[in-house]
Write a protein of this length. Structure first.
Length: 365
């Protein structure tokens, strides 16, 4: 991928990106930094893509390269009509460099990092600020991250590094320490629902999609929501089979259910399902519309699963999430480990004679 391609704006965009309704307070915080000319030389935006973190970052890039001085109106978005804005939209701004993985690669490698360092040392083509934009900083491999350290610490005058990530733990501590963190607030449910309805989704469907996508509005609006609903249903059937088969069942059942899906794709939906089961086993109702849609299939599970076992399933999902961040295991290895954990919970529950009973009831038996 060439530097020009790395500098390209997302295809089909005819105007600068606008911040989303739940991001207005974050935009105001950033505007205050611009007004005081206190923007750091390296800014690390922390937020989830499904909540609009990349949209916010693109809006920041556009504003920084807009020819209208930010001190004139710190809260204003990029004008969209000046030379700088037109160049950003065309993907040809000489003072913008996107640091991303080469096509066909998952990681940002050292060669791409060296190109970004070289860009930082160039004279600004438009006479203003130069921006090195790293949309998925967690993809920097160790060599690439180390290559950036000196420039991140002492960038050339008039150069700003803007990094975004949903997982700061994957960044080297030395990279994080050289950046000022800017955590984006999560989207509140009422605001997210109102926005989804404004995009044309009926209220109940918007709520169900938001549940399945763990409160991430952009994911809820896209095709991911339908895929998540299908996955939720598949997992309900798989857990029913797991309870029926008991210890003699397939201990690596989760990999079979996953198919081509990765651990990162499957785990949030499985966690939501296990949390729904825990609520049901604790005497609560279906807390999510995802569960309500499957209530006829979930209710029999409630009668065969103890509250303690449901809680252990939830804990296993949380542990698997932590393991995925810290262990470096591959997706299939993580799925197999989680399969064994959930399978073991069922075996222990049945061995204790606790099917369909709370632990206290099972002990009295």
């Amino acid at each position: 991928m060439t530097q020009a391609a790395r500098s390209a704006a997302p295809e089909g965009r005819s105007k600068p990106p606008a911040v989303l309704p739940w991001q207005h307070e974050d935009w105001a915080r950033l505007g205050a930094l611009l007004a005081r000319e206190r923007l750091p030389h390296a800014l690390l935006l922390l937020g989830l893509p499904g909540a609009g973190a990349l949209t916010f970052a693109e809006a920041v890039v556009a504003r920084l390269l807009c020819a209208v001085p930010p001190t004139a109106d710190p809260l204003a978005a990029a004008c969209g009509t000046c030379v700088g804005c037109r160049l950003v939209l065309a993907g040809s701004h000489p003072d913008l460099h996107r640091l991303e993985p080469e096509e066909g690669h998952e990681q940002i490698r050292v060669d791409e990092a060296r190109a970004a360092v070289a860009f930082a040392g160039l004279k600004a083509g438009q006479g203003g600020l130069k921006v090195v934009f790293v949309p998925q900083a967690e993809r920097l491999n160790v060599q690439a991250a180390n290559c950036l350290l000196k420039t991140l610490e002492e960038p050339p005058l008039g150069t700003l590094f803007l990094l975004t990530t949903h997982c700061p733990a994957r960044l080297l501590v030395t990279v994080r320490s050289r950046c000022q963190r800017f955590a984006l607030r999560p989207s509140g449910r009422p605001v997210a629902l109102a926005w989804l309805e404004a995009q044309g989704l009926p209220g109940p469907e918007a709520a169900a999609r938001l549940d399945l996508c763990r409160g991430l509005p952009l994911d809820a609006l896209g095709d991911a929501a339908a895929e998540q609903a299908a996955l939720y249903a598949d997992l309900v059937a798989a857990l029913a089979a797991l309870l029926s088969d008991g210890p003699e069942g397939d201990a690596l059942w989760l990999s079979r259910v996953a198919g081509e899906r990765t651990h990162a794709t499957l785990l949030p939906v499985l966690t939501l399902l296990c949390e729904d089961l825990l609520r049901l086993c604790s005497g609560g109702g279906t807390a999510t519309l995802a569960a309500a849609a499957q209530v006829e299939r979930l209710t029999p599970l409630k009668g065969r699963l103890t509250r303690e076992a449901a809680g252990q399933w939830v804990s296993a999902c949380y542990a698997s999430a932590r393991q995925g961040l810290a262990s470096g295991l591959k997706s299939d290895e993580l799925l197999d480990a989680l399969s064994l954990s959930l399978h073991g919970v069922v075996g222990r529950m049945l061995a204790a004679g606790g099917e369909g009973k709370d632990p206290e009831t099972a002990r009295r038996r």
